[in-house]
Design a protein around this ligand. Structure first.
Ligand code: DGJ
Length: 729
């Protein structure tokens, strides 16, 4: 048992291995939040909620001026009955009223975790997860709202979502967040991630102030602009110390997360579907399920937070066969050729890649009919016989004969006006009737709220995947939504279009990833533009950023490691000068940065010197030796590129027998400080040998005295150490 109900004091205690979450049903049948944090052995209810008469506070009961929803810490606050803070949901009736008042009606505790129909969501068996359903109802409206809490008992992680059901009339859901929590404390830092294409996931850490902070997307995708991931932590929290709470949305479309501090110094955190320009019609008898939010807690700082999240995704969220499998080293032809390739160029690249030890050849954009620029052909997933006269299977067979796997690029959600599918089905485009299209990268978005369009996408991708042996798919998405409307949906459902787009996309991904379960899918949205758990559920790898510059990547990968496991981050070595920023960095540094994640190459090998190819061969051999530790070991962040001129990580294998240390210096500096790297996560009391120098170190020596770094008078340099436990010790 992990969820306890105490009838006497009407409380629910969700208790996992080292975390507790306590909810109380108040005497007026509202659901109050009592506690979230370190595990408490038992909750007796003595530290009850404080009630106080406050000015301007509206009262449910005229006789009790201390009870007001404006000051009650709540689990799912409502609008219009005296709580003036941001509400968690809002409805509108057919006669335009927005009043609703939910009261608790009962609960269920069930073993396991119910799946959320049509949505990606965490999973676990009955031994690992328990679920609490809190039923609430507005009897006048006939509106039933269930709050779902699933507690993963061996972790410090729980998930929340909400379902709405209308029993007797048509209602319009205007806001339907997945979670809300009121914490009676405002001494927090908020960490979020913002960015843009090629500059994703910058860390933003700020002290909470008495205002509402909104982190959101209205772009139709979770977006590079803001990530649906929030950290709330003790202002003193660092990698090794402090209370850390996280909130992460398992969804890839429009979202809203907010942190509101009220005048009594309470913090309200909320997350869910973006309410702006979104409405859902709930007819009598219909239900609506929100996506899920994953919430984690640790008292031990940011490293522990990342370890908990990584482990959770591996076991309970990413459902691919590949999730826990070693990832192949790939070569991608995009930056090597862009659209300008033919069979010879591709096969030469494949051959050269095979010679240096690459295991997977990925054919990127441009392989289908007339696709010589980005102006054309999206949606026509038929091979371009001019470029590839012998078809895809010729390339695939030749790649396989080199002993490599073969992968291919698609952008399934998009359509070009210059395409056969558009000429035949202009109604397949997401659009507002009678209004001009808005283009981005010369392309339009398919209306995935239309099941016929989803079938079309599934069929065309399926056909290609069945046509030859394909072991990897890169699933791209290179623009955001505009003209949000559908020629398929009825007028009354037009405002559902953006969410229905996501449901359609999830249906497509669900179908294809189940049918082609052996295929490694890597999601991509101009790189890391849709870097979220909705994607990770179907596709265990994400192309981290289109920016392949090693120095920019240090920050992007560093921040990404807060929330995603290393293995999920695609990282490629590209050419020099770099195509995105023009920087010249040594090949060693480029490779060392990419080796911190799932390694690939994306450059023309033909243009390289013999020495460079030899170096790449050595890099690949080295990565093969260390990749299990990199991909599935524990990551420790030692120096932060957002704050320092140096960046450092170390990864320790699960059995603690191996450790890899990466050190990067961005700029050469005068009067350079002495740098000593202190390794983390080693096993106490054992000896490690550094594999290149053969030097022996005691683990405590590495962790507490550290390794001294020689200053090199150059920019953009890197160093790597590989330690192995001395056997027989
Ligand atoms: C954007 C991706 O991020 C790139 O890697 C490449 O696949 C291009 N799209 C192709 O159009």
């Amino acid at each position: 048992m992990a969820i306890y109900y105490n009838e006497e004091n009407q409380t629910f205690h969700l208790q996992s291995v080292s975390m507790s979450y306590v909810i109380e049903i108040t005497k007026y049948k509202h659901i109050a939040h009592v506690y979230w944090g370190r595990k408490i052995q038992a909750y007796h209810g003595a530290n009850a909620i404080l009630y106080r008469d406050r000015g301007f506070a509206a009262n449910i009961d005229q006789e009790d001026r201390t009870y007001s929803l404006d000051t009650l810490p709540q689990e799912y606050p409502q609008y219009g009955i005296g709580d003036y803070r941001p509400c968690a949901y809002q409805i509108k009736t057919e006669n335009q009223h927005t009043y609703s008042h939910l009261r608790y009606t009962g609960y269920e505790i069930i073993k396991g975790k119910p799946s959320l129909t049509g949505l990606p969501a965490s999973f676990g068996d009955e031994e690992e997860v328990e679920t609490l359903l809190l039923h609430t109802k507005d009897k006048v409206l006939g509106l039933c709202v269930d709050l779902q809490y699933s507690l993963y008992t061996r972790t410090n992680i729980m998930t929340r979502s909400v379902s709405f059901h209308s029993e007797k009339q048509t209602l319009h859901l205007q806001k339907m967040l997945s979670m809300s929590i009121d914490i009676r404390n405002d001494k927090f830092d908020l960490i979020s991630m913002y960015g843009a294409h090629n500059n994703e996931r910058n860390l933003d850490r700020r002290r909470l102030t008495s205002a509402t902070t909104l982190i959101e997307s209205t772009r139709g995708a979770s977006s590079p602009q803001q990530n649906p991931f929030l950290i709330l932590c003790n202002p003193l929290a660092n990698e090794d110390y402090g209370d850390v709470y996280t909130f992460q949305f398992v969804y890839s479309g429009n979202f809203q997360a907010s942190v509101h501090v009220d005048p009594y110094r309470n913090t309200r955190v909320q997350m869910g579907l973006q309410p702006f320009d979104c409405e859902w019609l709930l007819k009598k008898g219909e239900s609506f399920q929100t996506p899920e939010v994953i919430m984690s807690y640790t008292p031990n700082g940011l490293t522990q937070m990342s370890h908990n999240l990584s482990q959770f995704y591996h076991i309970h969220l990413s459902r691919s066969k590949w999730t826990n499998k070693i990832r192949p080293i790939l070569i991608n032809n995009w930056e090597a050729t862009y659209f300008a390739f033919d069979e010879d160029r591709l096969l030469t690249l494949a051959k050269e890649a095979q010679e240096v030890g690459v295991e997977l050849f990925v054919l990127d954009d441009g392989w289908f009919k007339k696709r010589n620029t980005d102006c054309t052909s999206l949606g026509d997933w038929v091979v371009d016989k001019q470029k590839l006269p012998h078809g895809l299977s010729y390339i695939s067979k030749n790649v396989h004969s080199l002993g490599m796997m073969f992968g291919i690029w698609f952008e399934p959600e998009m359509i070009s006006v210059d395409s056969d599918v558009y000429r035949k089905h202009p109604e397949y485009v997401m659009q507002v009737e009678g209004r001009e299209h808005i283009f981005c990268r010369n392309q339009l978005v398919l209306d995935l709220s239309n099941p016929e369009v989803c079938d079309y996408v599934i069929e065309s991708i399926r056909k290609v995947l069945l046509s030859t042996e394909i072991e990897y798919v890169k699933w791209d998405m290179n623009r955001h939504l505009t003209n949000i409307g559908s020629l398929y949906l009825k007028e009354e459902r037009q405002r559902e279009c953006a969410h229905r787009y996501m449901l359609g996309l999830y249906h497509i991904m669900d179908t294809l990833t189940k049918e082609f379960k052996d295929v490694l899918f890597e999601s991509c949205s101009s790189g890391g533009g849709r870097f979220d758990l909705g994607m990770l559920y179907y596709m265990p790898q994400i192309w981290t950023s289109d920016n392949t510059d090693a120095i920019c990547r240090l920050k992007i990968q560093y921040a990404s490691s807060y929330m995603f496991p290393n293995v999920a981050l695609g990282a490629h070595v590209s050419t020099c000068p770099n195509h995105q920023v023009g920087r010249k960095t040594p090949l060693k540094t480029r490779a060392d940065v990419a080796m911190c994640a799932s390694l690939g190459y994306e450059l023309s090998l033909q243009t390289l010197s013999k020495d460079e190819k030899k170096l790449i061969k050595e890099q690949i051999e080295f990565y093969k030796e260390i990749r299990e530790t990199i991909q599935f070991g524990h990551l420790y962040r030692l120096h932060n590129p957002f704050e320092e001129n140096i960046t450092a990580f170390n990864m320790v294998s699960k059995d603690q027998k191996k450790c890899i240390v990466f050190y990067f210096k961005t700029l050469s500096e005068p009067a350079a400080p002495f740098v000593i790297l202190k390794i983390k996560g080693l096993k106490e009391g054992i000896l490690y040998q550094e594999q290149e120098t053969k030097n022996i170190y005691d683990s405590s020596e590495l962790m507490y005295a550290g390794i001294s770094i020689e200053n090199v008078k150059e920019d953009f340099i890197s160093r790597v150490w590989h330690f192995k436990k001395v056997e027989g010790e």
